[in-house]
Every structure is written in C-alpha cells, then in structure tokens.
Design a protein around this ligand. Structure first.
Ligand code: NAG
Ligand code: NAG
Ligand code: NAG
Ligand code: NAG
Ligand code: NAG
Length: 630
C-alpha cells in the first residue's frame, strides 16, 4: 500500500471509531470551529449549540472533549431532547480535570479589625455559601442555649441579662436562628429584637413549631445558634456577605493565610439540568470525568428551612389547616440539587468531583418543585458511578420524589426506574444542612445502590423510602389517628417502590450530629428489596439497619453492622414481613439466624470477605484521607 492510501484508511478508521468530536478549552475561542484540539471553543454553551446542529440524523457518537480548567457558568446549562443522542448513539461530554463552576472567585482581601478580612464583590450579589480551600465556611454565629428561651407562636423570649446582647446586635433583624435537633435541622429568620424578645418572621415561625422534632420540643438538642450578621463574626472559619454593600467578610482559621486562600461564593443554584417532557424526554447523554462546584440555595433567606426529614421541607409561606399539622404533609417540597435529571432516560454520570454545593448534589427524578424545568420524576436508566462527593450541603444524591405523583403516578411515565448509584465516595458531606444524607432514594424501582464509600456524615448513611408507610396500600393506622387522610387519599394500591438492591456499601463515621438514624435507614413497603453485604461501623448512636415506620418486605441479609449503636432497630406500625438473617452485629438484639460478635475478626469467612470488598475498590480511594477504613 502507498503511504497515501494508508493515510486515507487511517482517517476513515479514526472516523469510524472516534465519531464526531468537539473540543472546548479555557484558552479556546467561540469563533473557532471547535472540531480540533487546536481550534477549540471557549465555552460550554457554544459547544452545546454546535452539538445541537448535528444530533439530528447522527450516525455515530458525538464526543465533546472539555479541557482542563474552570468553566464558570452565568446560567445553568440545560439539556433537552435536542441535545440528546439519536439513533442509539450517545453524546458524551468528557472532562480532563475540567470543573463546571457556578461561583464567583473572591480575591483582594484587606485586613479589618479582630482578624476579620473583607473583599469586594458586585453589590447585590446574593449567596449563602462561601467556600474556602474547598470547604464550606460557616455563618458568622454565636451559640445560645435553647433552654434559656421560651417559645411563643410569634417569638423567642429570654429573661436573663446575659442575652441582652441580642437586642444590641447590629443587623439582628436580618439574621436567623439555627436549631439542630434529633433528625431535623431548622433555620428560622428573625424579624426584630426588642424587650428581651426575638420576634420571628411569619409564616415560617408558625410552621417551624408544629409537627415533630420542633424548636420548642426537640427530640434531642444538638445546639442553637444566632447567625448571619456581621456583628456575630468572631471565630475563624466564619463568613458574612453584605449583599447591599458588595462585601464579603471572612475570618481565617488558625494557620490559614488569607493571601493564599482559594475563595468562591456560590452564586448559581443550579449547574446542569437534564430535563425533557414525558412525551419527549432527554436521553442518551453521558458526562465522564467532569467536576461540579460552587452553588448556593437562597430559600432559607426568605422563609427559612422548615425541615421535616432528609430535605423534605415546608416551602410555602402559608399556614395550611391550623387545626392539624398533617395538612402540610402532602405539600412538602424537596430541596433542589445542583444537577437535576428528570423526564430522562439513558443518562450517565461517571467519575468527577461534586464538591462545594450549597443544597443537593444530584437530583434524579425528584418532584417537579425540585426541578427548574417544572417537570419532575420520570427518570429511567440513569446512573451515577465512580464520583467523589464532598462538601455537598444537602443530600448528595436524591433519587425519587415524595409527593403523590412520586408514589402513585398519574402517568406511568413518571415512574423512576433502573437507577444506579455505585462506586461513589461520599466524604464529609451535609455540614450546613446536617439532617441530610449522602444518598436518599424514595419511591424508585428496579434500582441499585452498591459499593459506595460513605464516611463523615452527620445523620444516616443511606435512606431508602419515604412516607412512613402512610401511602402504602390500606394506609397506616398511625396516620388514620393523626388525621392525615383528611388531606390526601388513603391509597388501596401499593406505591411504585419495589425491587431495589442496596449492597456492598461501606458506611462508617456516620451519625455524628444527630440521633434516630441508621447506616441504612428504611421507610415504607418495598417488596423484593435486598439490603445485603453492607459493612457499617464506627457510630456511637447510629443503628446499623433501621427499619422505621411502615418498613415492610425488605430482605436484610449478610450485613456486617459493628457500630456501638444497635445493629438493628425498628419503629412504628406495619414494620412487618422483613426477612432478617445472616447478619453480624456488635451491640443490640439477639435474633435467631443472626450473630452477635465482639469485632470483625469474629465474623464468618464469607462475611469477612464481604466486609473487605465493601465500598469502592481500594485503588479508587487513592490518597484521600480515609479515617479508620477497616
Ligand atoms: C457509543 O457510545 C456508547 C456509550 O458510551 C458505547 O457503548 C458505544 O460503544 C459507542 N459506539 C461507538 C461506535 O464507538
Ligand atoms: C478532584 O479531586 C481530586 C482530589 O480529591 C483532585 O486530585 C482532582 O484534581 C479534582 N479534580 C478537579 C477537576 O477538581
Ligand atoms: C468537614 O467539613 C467541615 C466544613 O464543611 C469542616 O469544618 C470540618 O472540619 C470537616 N471535617 C472533617 C473531619 O474533615
Ligand atoms: C409571608 O407571608 C407573610 C404574611 O402572611 C408576610 O408578612 C411575609 O412577608 C411573607 N414572607 C415572604 C418571604 O414572602
Ligand atoms: C413479603 O415480602 C416478600 C419479599 O419482599 C414479598 O415477595 C411478599 O410479597 C411480601 N408479602 C406480603 C404479604 O407483603
């Protein structure tokens, strides 16, 4: 063959194998063709436009190569059917050390008094999140003692002169109070302070004070802080944003040098949206090795955060039927995520870092209120694999919704099915909304949650199910008594939740700031759902597997549950028809078919093998600090 022919064959071959390629680089230009590394686009929206031109009738995969560096978005990247792979081919967005940021870098710090530094940002910029060297700063805040206050329907009052500083704190009328309870983490905005009374914003204060684990009657008390006023900025690691004046204030941690901090304000609430309609879903798109960072969530500024459980919150500024808290339950919202996937099929995220996110990380098929497209649910064949999650303030991954269409869909295309969350690392997440979790999966089916590493988590590790059994066929006697069915149907048919596998996960150092939790926590009926070969340890109060209200028909087998908290716990009515065998526990009940051991060396050879293989493959942990891995 002549060398010319060889070249032609080589070109043809590379076209067959590689498909259509686009390139994006931070030093590229949007006036380039974008079709070679040397003529890369500069922005992701430009690459998205180019892809859209060629998806129709595509006959090979399209790959967008995103080069190293930070790509700052001014609006969320929204993908719909037009951006989707056609004819069975895929559009792959592939990153090489590329970070998609929703933030604003903060530089030019100047020293003020008491070790506090400030930097200018455009006035009017809003954010509830400052990230320093990849970690969330806390709000400027001062601790108070819950028991030193009395709680009325409009205010919190004190009698001791030792709290009179509250009245004279500048900016107190724009500040808030945070309460960490047993399973709830509540944020309540302040309206005014005078006469030994903090008058609180309504209707959020009213809604904070009914239901369960409330401000005045918490099931447990893990602290109360008055926060988010400049005058309260006294400790290292705290910040305050004066939006009107366009100034960020931060006091470095001891040992931290302000000249060298990497500081970002989270500005966008949403980074990437994959959302179609049920008729025309988004599909066949993958994201490989891309990282995501720097978001915020502003809702707590206006109506606070009226936490009910794992991101479910009362989100409307009204009082419902004031005679019964149950009137709120069918109307809760979900905390939104930075990446939102709904009305979607064949969507794959692999690798990459998900860090410094101010609310949830990835929301898959959540209720409509948690998707900026306004179309929720409907996720089929969606996977998140091999990612690294850290410093995500809400649930790192929320799969499924909590409202009526999530458990009893009015359209079958709303069902969330064939979701996979596997091989991910979750390390030190949920610090600002400490009652959220690494993985919440609600009403989903035919799904897999496997071989994830989960550690340094304030509440549960993995939560499965929602609804406390109240939406299961026949309802729940508990919720008959509470009066829920005055406000929603008592269903006669089962929810869509079934046939899921939670297996081989490694969960340790969990339950650090709450109680009433488990390494794996379940709610409601989920037939043919297997919880197997998970290895949990190193929690003082956290249970191993916790089947809470209505948990029914789970198969809980061959888990190794060696925390100090009971290896198994159950609570509430209809917690029945669960198969619990072959598990090893350290403390807690003796149950036939299960074994109590003093430590890991005493479990069976098979269980030891499962424990060794739990979580990600060891090489994936790399040099990330793993506290006490085995
Ligand atoms: C197209 O991409 C898919 C998904 O990554 C892959 O399975 C398939 O092999 C690719 N096809 C070709 C021709 O490269
Ligand atoms: C992802 O995190 C790892 C460390 O955990 C780091 O080495 C890598 O550079 C990060 N990638 C990006 C794109 O930020
Ligand atoms: C976890 O992250 C928070 C900030 O969000 C930080 O203050 C804390 O030190 C971290 N904990 C560990 C064990 O890394
Ligand atoms: C909520 O409603 C009350 C009146 O019921 C109003 O005073 C308040 O300003 C509203 N809050 C927000 C954030 O809209
Ligand atoms: C009991 O659980 C098993 C396993 O999940 C399930 O197949 C069966 O249908 C359940 N029985 C009832 C009566 O719910």
């Amino acid at each position: 063959m002549t060398s010319k022919l060889l070249l032609i064959f080589a070109a043809l071959y590379s076209k067959l194998v590689a498909g259509v390629d686009f390139y994006v680089a931070t030093d590229g230009s949007d006036s380039n063709a974008g079709t070679s590394a040397g003529a890369a686009f500069q922005t992701l929206p430009k690459a998205q436009q180019a892809v859209r031109q060629v998806t129709k009738g595509m006959t090979e995969n399209i790959t967008v190569h995103v080069g190293p560096g930070i790509y700052t978005l001014s609006t969320p990247l929204k993908f719909s059917a037009d951006d989707s792979g056609q004819g069975g081919f895929t559009v792959a967005w592939v990153g090489q050390n590329a970070l998609i940021s929703g933030g604003r870098k903060v530089t030019g710090w100047t020293a003020g008094s008491n070790g506090v530094y400030s930097a200018s940002v455009p006035s009017g910029v809003k954010s509830r999140n400052l990230y320093i060297n990849g970690q969330a700063s806390n709000y400027a805040r001062r601790k108070i003692n819950r028991k030193d206050f009395s709680y009325t329907s409009t205010s919190m009052k004190w009698t001791s002169g030792s709290y009179d500083w509250l009245t004279s704190t500048a900016g107190i009328a724009d500040a808030e109070v945070r309460f960490i309870n047993s399973f709830a983490d509540r944020y309540a905005p302040i309206k005014a302070a005078a006469n030994r009374e903090l008058v609180m914003e309504q209707n959020t204060w009213f809604n904070q004070n009914w239901g369960y684990d409330t401000i005045s009657k918490p099931n447990a008390d893990f602290g109360v802080w008055v926060q988010n006023a400049l005058a309260l900025l006294t400790e290292g690691g705290q910040f305050y944003l004066d939006s009107g004046a366009g100034k960020v204030y931060y006091k470095p941690l001891s040992g931290e040098k302000i000249e060298s901090v990497d500081a970002y304000l989270g500005i966008l609430e949403t980074l990437v949206v994959l959302g179609g309609s049920y008729d025309n879903p988004v599909h066949d798109i993958s994201f490989e090795g891309l990282s995501f960072a720097h978001t915020t969530w502003l809702q707590p500024n206006s109506i606070g955060y009226i936490d009910q459980q794992t991101g479910g919150n009362i989100c409307e500024n009204k009082t419902y039927d004031t005679s019964n808290f149950e009137s709120t339950r069918p109307n809760w919202c979900q905390m939104p995520s930075a990446i939102q996937i709904s009305a979607a099929k064949n969507i794959f995220f692999s690798g990459g870092n998900y860090t410094q996110l101010g609310a949830g990380g990835i929301g898959i098929g959540n209720d409509a209120n948690a998707h900026i497209t306004g179309v929720g649910l409907g996720a089929t064949n969606v996977a998140v694999r091999d990612g690294y999650f850290s410093q995500v303030m809400g649930n790192s991954i929320t799969a499924g919704g909590i409202r009526a269409d999530a458990h009893h869909p009015s359209d079958n295309r709303m069902i969330n099915s064939r979701l996979e969350i596997s091989g991910n690392i979750f390390r030190n997440v949920s610090s600002l909304f400490s009652s959220t979790v690494p993985i919440l999966a609600t009403y989903i089916q035919n799904s897999l949650i496997s071989h994830n590493d989960i550690y340094i988590a304030p509440y549960s590790g993995i939560c499965i199910g929602y609804g406390w059994g109240s939406n299961d066929a026949g309802g729940s006697s508990e919720y008959v008594n509470r009066g829920l069915y005055k406000y929603q149907p008592q269903y006669t048919t089962p929810t869509v939740m079934q046939n899921n596998r939670i297996e081989g996960n490694l969960i340790h150092a969990y339950g650090l700031s709450h109680t009433d939790l488990g390494a794996i926590y379940t709610l409601s009926k989920s037939p043919s759902t297997y919880i197997t070969q998970n290895y949990a340890f190193d929690s003082n109060v956290g249970f191993g597997v916790y089947t809470d209200e209505g948990s029914n028909s789970y198969i809980i087998q061959n888990n190794i549950l060696l925390s100090s908290g009971s290896w198994y716990a159950r609570n509430g009515v209809n917690t029945a028809n669960n198969t619990i065998t072959g598990n090893f526990g350290k403390s807690g009940p003796s149950m036939s078919g299960n074994t109590i051991v003093s430590d890991i060396s005493k479990v069976s050879a098979d269980a030891k093998k499962a424990a060794d293989r739990a979580g990600v493959l060891p090489e994936r942990r790399g040099n990330r600090p793993v506290s006490n891995p085995k």
